[in-house]
Design a protein. Sequence first.
Length: 341
Amino acid sequence: MPHPTQSDIARKLKVSRITVSKALRGHPDISSQMKKMVLDAASDVGYIPNLIAQNLTAQRTYTLGVVIPDLENSFFAYATDSIIDAATERNYNVFVTVSREHRQSEVLNIQKLIGMRVDGLLVCVSQETNDPSIFKQISSLNIPLVFFDRQSEGVDFPSVTFDDRNGAANALDKIIKEGYTKIAHFAGYSTVSIGKERCLGYKHAMEKNGIDIRPEWIIEGGFEITDGYKAFMKLYKTADLPEIIFTVNDRAALGVYKAMRDVGLKIPDDIGVLGFGISETAQLLSPSLSIISQDPRKVGSAAAELLIELISHPETVKSRDITIEETFLWNESILRKHGRK
């Protein structure tokens, strides 16, 4: 059956369609009595506003397009949830797409969202993203975009990111002060902003404390459980093991947990493990994972708020790049040699 229209309401009440349209919009020309009659009639006939038609008239869709690498990763699930909450509070709808860490899927998702005429884009780039051409196209189209967590180099868009370099350096500095010097790093990809920044933080902490960096102990790979597992097995075959393994995130750390269990090593007795992550996820592991703690809810809500501000008031936005600090939580996967709390 066809959708009920404003004309159907008008015929029911024997008034003009313009009167119905104004009443539904709360126009001051229409009496409160007529507004109530129109709303009651709309309910009776099952009328649902045509948002597409309204948005075409307003030249704005009040929708945001989101591109994330993975929904199985709780970090992105929490961040997306906060984006939706922040957008809903400001009367925006959200379309969420997932690249599954593939650049081509990311590009296709972005093109579809642009085709849907979203008012702006929130993008966390995939681990394969090393070509900024799609983002240069977005810039030429003057479509507002905010990167969150991960960003693409070679383009100038606002961003909401964590202070990964300092977060890594500060945490490792504390660990080194406990007497640890043999520290390996499972580094993600250096082509991805978070992989690059976290590795730079690792190198800074080692150099600051006068510890030689061993290139063979920096193992580059992905951000998933299997990547952490493979990296550990590669290291294990050398029979030259570190005291601490610093992973690029908590999923890679989980891969290390699995690999160490498979070869009969214990955390933290044989090797300690540190990773970036979420406090809730860290507590699910046994022993609980020592983490550089991130709050994905903060990055999600801040990114949505910044994007909506850019859409509504592009000339008055003061802060185009927001950095969120991180905290180090010892938890249980690294032994405290000096017994300090």
